[in-house]
Design a protein around this ligand. Structure first.
Ligand code: ATP
Length: 569
């Protein structure tokens, strides 16, 4: 009842470790009871007129020490079990979240912000770990040990047990009254955190643009406001936590006072019930009475861990749930056929048939592709043209398998797989690091000659020779250390090195001067001998340089041969 069901479910895949961990936590607490027994005997032995010998007292004190040592050993085991459980749950959760958040359709969902996604993946998973490794075992301990201990105290002093039970109910139950408020506060807190994180990431990613537009101060003010919001949400949450702790403490203190008073009355013979007033039993009962509250105090110490888990749950649920809410639609590309290896080239070139492709973004949106059918062959460059908003980028996304379109894309007679396609977008991401690492990312086995060759063919031979570190030249974050044209050619070199049967390019010459654009088109035409090269083109030069032009208009694809294309001129 003290544990959130969804968070508990996350740890159930690792039930054994969780059970072992809870057992070790319980054993650690039980060691205090054994210690209480020996301590009570040692204390009783020190009272004047007692029959205990000095050796007995020393033996009891040694046993007290032994309990402390055993507890230290148990704490070590507890730490390693908690670490194993935390790692397992975190990795599993992160894999689930990554699977849910990084699906192509989710990545295209503009309503989700990358910073929020990042937060769910990092802090969300990290927040669950302490909940599972610290909060849950202590909540379970409370539910297991408190009843046992109360039953034990009841055999010694039933009146005392009844008073302790009332105090436990207050200490556990009263803060629950705040549960809903706390849940609301933690949601607000997480939302503020998520908004700040998303704003921060977007500001970093767009810093160059922000500087150009001279709006950095406005963005700084917005980040300041977000920080203030987060601060207010944190303070409000801490207030609830203070009230929560105060109520629990009230129950504990009342219970301890009642225990002391009742034990004293009992030992003075003022209470009729229970076992007679032997000093060792009186001490034992008194210490045991305070031990009833140890699991409670332990759980209260895990408040922060519990809060982190509950806060993170919202974004985790949102990430996973909205994924499962999406209707399962058949992708344009059916499941891979292992017998049909992606990337293999038939000796007589490739053919790509787009058959009856239909797609629109929503049930009321216009059809961007409406039964479009076209056949393409390797050997020449195909340009896709059409007015802005006609659906050219959407067609690429369908070919990449990112969008669930009707119809099929057949490569060499089989359903095309995402692994068959390389793509160079206008904003291809280059990883911060060396050129070599960026190239190796698509073909880890590529050697120096492969890399240099593809760089030269992409028109970067002169740059490569001029850069002092050659392939080991470091690209700054977001590629800021290279020019737009260099970035574009490097992205093309990387796509070619991937050596896939289909190469899609979005306006590959947009950042190049006419001379370089001409060179690049020659290079692409040479590549088109080995693969199907399709590019989105707006600029006249690019359209003129293509061998075939596909006009995308009102959902259909129509093939035209440019009059000035090299093939026809
Ligand atoms: N994720 C999306 N959700 C809803 N509509 C979208 C989405 N992405 C694009 N669209 C809409 O689909 C239409 C086609 O967009 P697309 O980017 O494919 O056109 P395009 O031909 O590539 O345009 P341009 O030449 O300007 O780049 C546009 O009206 C656009 O607003």
């Amino acid at each position: 009842m003290l544990v959130n069901r969804r968070l508990m479910a996350l740890s159930l895949g690792h039930r054994r470790i969780l059970h072992a961990l809870t057992l070790v936590v319980c054993l650690g607490t039980a060691s205090y009871w054994v210690q209480a027994w020996f301590l009570a005997h040692a204390l009783a032995g020190l009272l004047p007129g007692q029959v205990h010998s000095g050796a007995q007292v020393a033996g009891s004190l040694l046993a007290v020490l032994g309990c402390g040592v055993a507890r230290a050993a148990l704490q070590q085991v507890q730490a390693s079990l908690a670490s194993a459980l935390g790692t397992a749950v975190r990795l599993e959760l992160r894999a689930t979240l990554a699977g849910a958040l990084l699906r192509p359709e989710r990545l295209r969902d503009n309503s989700e912000r990358s910073g929020a996604r990042r937060l769910a993946l990092s802090e969300g998973a990290d927040g669950v770990e302490p909940y599972v490794t610290a909060y849950i075992p202590h909540a379970l301990q409370l539910q297991i040990l408190c009843p046992i201990l109360l039953a034990g105290v009841a055999t010694l002093n039933p009146v005392l047990a009844a008073a302790l039970l009332a105090a436990v109910v207050v200490a556990v139950g009263a803060p629950r009254l705040w549960g809903r408020l706390l849940a609301r506060r933690s949601t607000t807190h997480w939302d503020s955190y998520e908004a700040l994180s998303a704003d921060f990431l977007e500001a970093l990613q767009g810093m160059r643009t922000l500087k150009i537009l001279d709006v950095v101060p406005r963005f700084r003010t917005r980040l300041d406001e977000r920080s203030q919001e987060l601060h207010r949400a944190t303070v409000a949450t801490m207030r609830v936590s203070l009230a929560d702790t105060a109520l629990a403490d009230l129950g504990i203190q009342a219970g301890l006072l009642a225990a002391a008073a009742l034990t004293a009355l009992h030992s003075l013979g003022a209470l009729p019930s229970g076992i007679g007033g032997e000093p060792s039993l009186t001490f034992f009962t008194l210490i045991l009475a305070s031990e009833v509250f140890r699991p409670l105090r332990d759980l209260a110490r895990q408040w922060h861990a519990g809060y982190l888990g509950i806060s993170a749950l919202g974004s985790i649920d949102a990430a996973i749930a909205s994924d499962s809410e999406k209707p399962a639609r058949a992708p344009a590309h059916p499941a891979p056929d292992p017998a049909n290896g992606a990337g293999e080239q038939p000796t007589d070139g490739h053919t790509l048939v787009l058959e009856e492709i239909s797609f629109r973004y929503g049930p009321t949106s216009p059809w961007l592709l409406n039964g479009a059918t076209i056949g393409l062959r390797s050997g020449g460059i195909t340009a896709v043209a059409g007015p802005s908003g006609a659906g050219k980028s959407t067609l690429f996304d369908i070919m990449l398998g990112f969008l669930p379109a009707g119809g099929q894309c057949l490569l060499d007679g089989r359903p095309m797989q995402p692994g068959d396609v390389s793509v160079v977008s206008q904003h291809s991401y280059l990883f911060p690091g060396t050129i070599r690492a960026n190239l190796a990312a698509v073909r880890p086995g590529a050697n120096e000659a492969d890399m240099r060759g593809v760089m030269a063919r992409a028109g970067l031979g002169a740059e490569l020779a001029a850069w002092p570190h050659g392939l080991d030249t470091v690209i700054a974050e977001a590629g800021h250390s290279l020019s737009g044209g260099q970035l574009q050619r490097l992205a093309i070199a990387r796509a070619i090195l991937a050596d896939r049967p289909v190469l899609l390019l979005d306006e590959p010459t947009s950042a190049l001067n006419p001379e370089l654009a001409g060179e690049l088109m020659d290079f692409l035409r040479a590549e088109a001998r080995y693969r199907i090269v399709v590019m989105i083109a707006h600029r006249t030069e690019a359209l003129e340089a293509a061998d075939t032009v596909l006009q995308l208009h009102e959902g259909t694809l129509r093939e035209t041969i440019p009059s000035t294309s090299p093939e026809t001129s």
